[in-house]
Design a protein around this ligand. Sequence first.
Ligand SMILES: NC(=O)c1ccc[n+]([C@@H]2O[C@H](COP(=O)([O-])OP(=O)(O)OC[C@H]3O[C@@H](n4cnc5c(N)ncnc54)[C@H](OP(=O)(O)O)[C@@H]3O)[C@@H](O)[C@H]2O)c1
Length: 323
Amino acid sequence: MKAITQEEYGAPGDVLRLQEIEKPSIGDDEVLVRVQATGIHIGDWLVTSGVPYLIRLMGYGLRKPKTKVPGTEFAGSVEAVGRNVRQFQPGDEVFGFGTGGFAEYASVSQDALVLKPANVTFEQAAAVPVSGFTALQALRDQAKVQPGQKVLIIGASGGVGTYAVQIAKAFGAEVTGVCSTRNVDMVRSIGADHVIDYTKEDIAESGQRYDVILDMAGNRSISELRGALTREGTLVIVGGTGGRFLMGFGRTLRGVALSPFVGQNLRQFMSSTNKDDLVVLKELIEDEKVTPVVDRTFALEDTAEALSYVGQRHTRGKTVVTI
Ligand SMILES: NC(=O)c1ccc[n+]([C@@H]2O[C@H](COP(=O)([O-])OP(=O)(O)OC[C@H]3O[C@@H](n4cnc5c(N)ncnc54)[C@H](OP(=O)(O)O)[C@@H]3O)[C@@H](O)[C@H]2O)c1
């Protein structure tokens, strides 16, 4: 089968190869998926490049990547099932998470897949898992968003942000999205009640205070973010920028260390992949509360170009490779 392989860390164009490799075999609890589309999130770019170095300490491989075929979120059709698999049968259309998505076939745990919502394409479904988990868990588990709360989403036009805007609205919040000029209309179209164009206006300029802030952009100081929060508001630090070693993690740690000494709740978290939340996301899509936003699609042989595009950090929604 055709697959994108990676033997070392580096710029996507330098280290990714299109190769013919063997189709993966499946274990008793696994499903062989004929991949139709694979989503890309910024974490895929980080793991390909091996920078920040913190990534390598997180289990992805110290000197070279442990996973030969990258690609962590995908949608496709079931080709074959292992002997213990009861929930799926050949021909089912599914989406989920795992490894080896930049390939014609991937072997995936049955616990990492659910049936694809019928009202979205393979490309849209592939764009859901990792960014959707992050937005859902940040709003529901970290910020515990309640109906009527004012929520500020910084980075509202990106992979996580486009889900966060829609999920916060589904939770009944009044949502303000922050993005650049070219994305203002799109962020409004996915449900934001207000949009701040960060190229023209500062987040604190209006004097508005928010009950919850999700910070994906990672380039504002903790004191600036606290200045836009209510006295007992919650800041969830989702992303960071800068530095080849920690990528802004110092700022995150300073925020978390300050939290016990102030009225506001300053939090950081790492999203997790799990089937229960995949079902929650599927239902939000089926109820038309969430519609995945797909920016550009690339062919499998152009995966390196797609990853480089995502690495520029100005994706509108998600970027997807079609296979
Ligand atoms: N903690 C976790 O578990 C977790 C999980 C997933 C992702 N993350 C992190 O979350 C961050 C966002 O991920 P993503 O996948 O959403 O990235 P992305 O798709 O690249 O989106 C980044 C967004 O940030 C916006 N942005 C850039 N500069 C900005 C500024 N100065 N003010 C406001 N917005 C700005 C961009 O909007 P414009 O194009 O309009 O400028 C873009 O839409 C990354 O740092 C990633 O590492 C963390």
